[in-house]
Ligand binder design. Structure first.
Ligand code: PGA
Length: 237
């Protein structure tokens, strides 16, 4: 794992945006997996400011709450529209998020997995990391699902995400998420971590021991992972 330590959130966001920009310059028709959450907001701001041609790029988001309406201001569809889609020249037909409105969640997941394959697979997957070590909504468990699936959120994740909702009871308890194999099949992975509250999990990750109770530890089996984090999230090896 390559590790890039930045002074602060601003620099982490800048470096992450430059990383994505390089990917698109090298391959204009890149297929890129994208995260939501507070960590990547700065990266999306920078990406929107840089002069990047997204016209051939395809994006697949990691996950979405289930069920949730697209126009709910806490849906990841809403988030992506606000933070990226409305600000760059991505084509509507080239952006994908598992649908929180699907009647049949199972079918939606199978279809999502198929779509990623049809588009040639992920060239780059950008990830945040949960305080509990989740990537996407692959939550700590004694086993991890390989492909896109419906999952129940842990109490820890519901607590962490309740800051975005009016009250804790409003946080959906389920989500649709890419699986561990979906993520690991990406050619390149960019992992972002910022702030003190990520220090413990980044430190666990860097021990290079695989533990399904810390899903992000599977990344140590991937041959091309770059971690960009700020000093607050980095405790050292
Ligand atoms: P955060 O979430 O960026 O809001 O900390 C990260 C995650 O849960 O993957």
């Amino acid at each position: 794992m390559r590790i890039i330590i930045c002074e602060n959130y601003e620099e982490m966001s800048e470096k992450a945006a430059e990383f994505v920009k390089s990917q698109i310059m090298l391959k204009p028709a890149s297929v890129i997996g994208l995260p939501t959450g507070s960590t990547p907001i700065g990266m999306y701001d920078k990406l929107s400011d840089l002069d990047i041609d997204f016209s051939e790029v395809t994006t697949f988001n990691l996950d979405e709450y289930y069920p949730i309406k697209k126009d709910n201001n806490q849906s990841y569809y809403y988030f992506m529209n606000k933070n990226l889609y409305s600000r760059v020249n991505l084509k509507k037909e080239n952006v994908f998020i598992p649908s929180g409105e699907a009647d049949d969640a199972q079918k939606e997941c199978e279809n999502y997995e198929k779509l990623i394959k049809e588009r040639g697979g992920l060239d780059l997957q950008v990830l945040g990391i949960g305080q509990n070590g989740h990537i996407g909504f692959n939550e700590p468990s004694d086993s991890l699902d390989a492909f896109t699936h419906i999952t129940s959120l842990t109490e820890n994740t519901i607590d962490a995400n309740s800051r975005f909702f009016e009250k804790r009871e409003d946080v959906p308890t389920k989500a649709l998420t890419m699986g561990i194999a979906t993520i690991m099949k990406a050619k390149k992975i960019l992992l972002l971590a910022s702030g003190n509250e990520k220090k413990a999990i980044v430190s666990a990750l860097l021990k290079n021991k695989i533990d399904t109770e810390i899903p992000a530890t599977v990344l140590s089996m991937h041959s091309d992972v770059t971690l960009i984090c700020d000093r607050a999230a980095y405790i050292g090896l």
